[in-house]
Design a protein. Structure first.
Length: 150
């Protein structure tokens, strides 16, 4: 782990430190972190308890988001969504349900461990309209409107 203060770190060192920390959350969500993690935190920031409690633990245990964006967006069936910082996939789940099988949700995260966990989570809950993009984004369809979810 980097022992430098944030002000002493280069942008590449900061990115690597963030990637490393979120990879730790993906691999060991019960570990000790200086920020809240997990299902209880998801409920505390506004995710519906009645739905969260029915989801597999792996889908919520690594949650590290800032809030529940669902009440602030009105997605329609067939839309295309890009979730920046998708983590283990909690928002991907809600977006995929909202846009339905005619829509598409793309997930992007700095941590490949989080992306792998999100892939597993989407498969475990039967979501098949989610794809993952990596370091570079290429949009082939210039006529599409992409909503940036976070």
């Amino acid at each position: 782990m980097n022992e430098k203060s944030l002000s002493e770190m280069t942008s590449d060192e900061i990115k690597e430190a963030v990637k490393e920390k979120y990879s730790q959350v993906a691999k060991d969500p019960c570990g000790s972190f200086n920020f809240p993690v997990g299902e209880t935190f998801a409920i505390d920031v506004g995710y519906p308890k009645e739905i969260i409690n029915k989801l597999p633990q792996k889908l919520t245990e690594s949650f590290t988001g800032a809030n529940n964006p669902q009440p602030f967006i009105e997605l329609e069936v067939g839309e295309i969504v890009l979730d920046l910082g998708c983590g283990a996939g909690l928002d991907l789940y809600f977006y995929a349900k909202s846009v339905g099988s005619k829509g598409k949700v793309y997930g992007l995260d700095i941590s490949t461990d989080m992306v792998e966990k999100a892939k597993y989570n989407m498969k475990s809950v039967g979501i098949d309209n989610v794809e993952f993009v990596w370091k570079h984004l290429f949009f082939r369809d210039n006529s599409s409107v992409f909503r940036f979810a976070q």
